[in-house]
Design a binder for this molecule. Sequence first.
Ligand code: ZN
Ligand code: ZN
Length: 180
Amino acid sequence: MKISVSHIQDKPFSLHAEEPADAFPVLSRMQAEGECTFNGPVVSDITAAREYDHVRVSGRVSTPVTLVCSRCLANYETAFDSSFTIYFRKGTSQDIVEEEETELDEQDLVSATYSGDEIDLAHEIEEQVAMELPLKPLCSEECKGLCPDCGTDLNHSACSCPRGQTSLKFSALKDFKVSR
Ligand SMILES: [Zn+2]
Ligand SMILES: [Zn+2]
């Protein structure tokens, strides 16, 4: 998705786009590597405005996904949804190579450069979506996971494996070491 800077006049310039996840290299790689499955288009609502010497681009990207729970290994459906603001300054092509992304606070304030008349947002959009992928996806905060001994999904049924034995053994060993 590209914004022509000369199209941004006194009023902010808004655009809405829906693009398949496959159109973004980072996202199609995430899907190919099984990190998630995209269930619909990446929806972007972007507003660009001129401010002093820069262009302020703010927006929201969202897309429905299926993730695999890291505890019980079940698929679950959720959505990635991210709001962002990026300040684009006009720079030389060398600046772009050395582009520095600075996170100032939780709001994901990022500054970037553009050259010519065009701001290409494709990379920023895919980065925003990719950032939403949790390190340890969970189908629910309360997910009980799988039994480490027999593999039963403890969300659906119980098993008869003894609980807590491993940690008991471990603490006995620890006591032994301390008393030496
Ligand atoms: Zn789970
Ligand atoms: Zn078990």
